[in-house]
Design a protein around this ligand. Structure first.
Ligand code: ZN
Length: 666
């Protein structure tokens, strides 16, 4: 009897798998993916280098494909392209660093042996003579109740700090062993620059960086690419120094590096000003150039939702051609990321062929300069408010080996969002087990394009294959992965093979299509789980054009900690109710809003009350303020939610909506 039940259940399961697969039915073709990968990794494309002929040809090819699928151009000026301005910066050998103690002999450092540096401010030369301040890990993370700065002003100073983050086994403290973004070297430069530092010295320790000095030296010895300056604070000398140099440096102040490391583990840590100056002369060769992201879309069908879009991304660039090398000097990038592009193109074709458009729009972006430091996607994220639709979720594809049919999927980061139950359900329908990140301490999450979207608040993750493939054991999959990393990854040997099996990539593309379909149709939008490191960015993203700095300008007592945007209530829009609401708001000493008294139409006043009650300010004395919200019906109101709001003046918001009611097309 028991056996019978098991059989019956198994029978039901396979039927439901079939039904699920059928209802998604995107008709993704292995042969088409194969052709894309083969062409993009061919000699003709010369390794798709950023700013090189082959990279440009790849962008043109992808745009032509988008067009042939009937996708609408979603780039600039009615084209499929968004231009990405970049600058190559190479630190020249005449660059010099010296450590000058208040008394005693200066210590002259050797470029590349003792330190590496890059001038992020993109000037040909920079002179630095500034005091060095040890700031522990240099982390300010309110969600972890951690602040290494304690109000210390870094303006005009040189920050000295450790890479990585406080040691933790507690999943509720810096995510335990997993690395959060606060531990990445990129964060260190960004945070110290935001605080006005002119230079930052990251102390290299092989164990903390997870790689040796050789890796630092190699990746900082040549040209580095940056987005053209856009007002984001930058360092004149973004640097690493050898551990032994750091030891000597703190020794000049009579301090011990190991003791400083221990002190850095404490919440009580305070910055330590050292009686030592950095005197630096940074000389750089600059090479401005530009590259392009390729953007196509399928417009959604529902008025209230079509301004939002499910975004798919994959980078198309690779390392180009190295003419200084004999033999095969083309970095073909067949797996990295010809495969992601092949999948992206097939997903684009499937969406272009759908008879009924989904409720939300679908946006597809092949991004550039990933290998240069996620620059194309960074530009896309930073300029997301300029797109014709607002991305609400990003699904990214980066390097999927066509070696068979995966029985596992990796979706690291998805578990940090409210979209995860949907991901689990659909993975189940596809017979895919979700494989957790095997090395969360390595921080892979922060090293692919989806992260550029996460950091502006958009729930984002990459879809990758796990290690278990049909007809093979786990060890086989692990051996394949190891062989790829050892012999092919970022080498000319990452080249196309005729014997590759693309059936697995069809499965990965179909899975992503199904996820996108769910996200495009569901009533709610995915968000980061409470307390996540990206929750704050998400809130800021939701407030869109509402700049809270402007909203509370001139009111230093109103430092906002948590903001919820005030949306035009759909019922008010549909019944053509407009008008102003004035809210009298009381804030308690703990920063919470205790009372909101409103004047205005109840339907409009209701939303103001609901949202303002969720606002939280920094603690202080009890305070009150008046907020005015104008709800305006406007024929020229943008379709996208985030641009329907603006700050007219401090404590005065305008929320606009398009008056006509367009119901669903189907
Ligand atoms: Zn790569």
């Amino acid at each position: 009897m028991r056996k019978l039940i098991v059989f019956a259940a198994a029978g039901l399961l396979s039927v439901s798998v079939l039904l699920a697969a059928k209802s998604h039915s995107p008709k993704i073709a292995a042969e088409r993916i194969r052709q894309h990968v083969k062409y993009l990794s061919s000699d003709a494309l010369e390794g798709r280098g950023t700013g090189q002929k082959g990279g440009d040809a790849a962008a043109d090819y992808i745009a032509a494909q988008f067009k042939s699928y009937g996708l609408k151009p979603a780039g600039e000026n009615g084209t499929y392209f968004q231009s990405v301005p970049l600058v190559g910066v190479k630190t020249l050998p005449e660059t010099s660093f010296a450590l000058l103690p208040a008394s005693g002999e200066p210590l002259v450092l050797r470029n590349l042996d003792d330190f590496v540096t890059s001038n992020e401010t993109q000037t040909a030369s920079a002179e630095i003579d500034a005091p060095i301040v040890f700031v522990g890990y240099g982390i300010a993370a309110p969600e972890e109740k951690w602040d290494d700065y304690k109000g210390y002003d870094l303006k005009g100073k040189v920050a000295l700090l450790f890479v990585n983050e406080p040691i933790s086994d507690d999943p509720n403290f810096f995510k335990g062993k997993a690395l959060t973004y606060n531990g990445r070297w990129t964060y260190k430069y960004e945070e110290t620059a935001r605080r006005g530092a002119v230079a930052t010295l990251i102390i290299h320790r092989t164990d903390l960086a997870s790689y040796g000095w050789e890796v630092v030296r190699n990746s900082w010895g040549g040209e580095r690419s940056y987005l053209k300056l856009d007002g984001t604070p930058k360092l004149e000398a973004a640097s690493w120094i050898q551990e032994e140099v750091a030891r000597k440096l703190v020794g000049m102040a009579g301090l011990d590096l190991d003791k400083l490391f221990l002190q850095s583990q404490s919440r009580e840590f305070k910055p330590i000003e050292l009686p030592v100056h950095l005197k630096a002369h940074v000389v750089s060769a600059l090479r401005p150039f530009s590259s392009r992201n390729v953007l196509g879309m399928v417009a959604g069908s529902n008025y209230d939702m079509a301004g939002e879009a499910v975004l798919y991304t994959a980078h198309y660039d690779h390392f180009g051609i190295d003419r200084s090398k004999p033999g095969d000097n083309i970095y073909h990038g067949a797996i990295d990321n010809g495969t992601g592009c092949g999948i992206l193109l097939e997903i684009a074709r499937a969406w272009g062929a759908t008879k009924t458009a989904p409720r939300r729009s679908i946006l597809l972006a092949a991004v550039t300069a990933e290998e240069q430091g996620l620059l194309g996607s960074e530009y896309l994220g930073k300029h997301s408010l300029e797109l014709s639709v607002d991305p609400i979720l990003d699904l990214n594809y980066d390097a999927l080996a066509p070696i068979g049919i995966p029985e596992e999927v990796e979706v690291s980061g998805a578990e940090r969002t409210t979209f995860y139950p949907t991901v689990e359900k659909i993975a189940g329908e596809f017979g895919l087990a979700i494989r957790p990140d095997a090395h969360p301490e390595a921080g892979h999450y922060y090293r692919s394009d989806h992260f550029s979207l996460s950091r502006v608040g958009i729930p984002s993750f990459s879809i990758g294959q796990g290690r278990k493939f049909k007809g093979h054991d786990l060890a086989w999959g692990e051996a394949q992965a190891k062989d790829y990393v050892d012999s092919h990854y970022h080498k000319p040997a990452d080249a196309f093979r005729e014997d590759w099996d693309f059936a697995g990539l069809v499965k990965m593309a179909s899975f992503g299509y199904a996820l996108g379909q769910a996200a495009a149709e569901q009533e709610w939008n995915a968000r980061w789980l409470p307390g996540d490191e990206f929750e704050k960015a998400w809130q800021k993203y939701q407030s869109g054009a509402i700049d809270t700095d402007t909203l509370f300008a001139g009111h230093p007592e109103l430092k906002i900690v948590h903001f919820e945007p005030i949306q035009y209530p759909p019922l008010a829009r549909q019944t053509r109710i407009s008008g102003s609401v004035v809210a009298h708001v009381s804030v308690a000493s703990n920063g919470k809003v205790t009372q909101v008294k409103t004047e205005g139409h109840p339907l409009l006043a209701g939303i103001v009350r609901d949202r303002v009650k969720m606002w939280v300010f920094e603690p202080g004395s009890e305070r009150t303020f008046d907020l005015t919200c104008d709800f305006v019906l406007d024929d020229n109101s943008p379709r996208t939610e985030k641009r329907r709001y603006s700050v007219l003046e401090p404590l005065h918001i305008r929320a606009a909506a398009y008056p006509s009611v367009v119901t669903d097309v189907y």
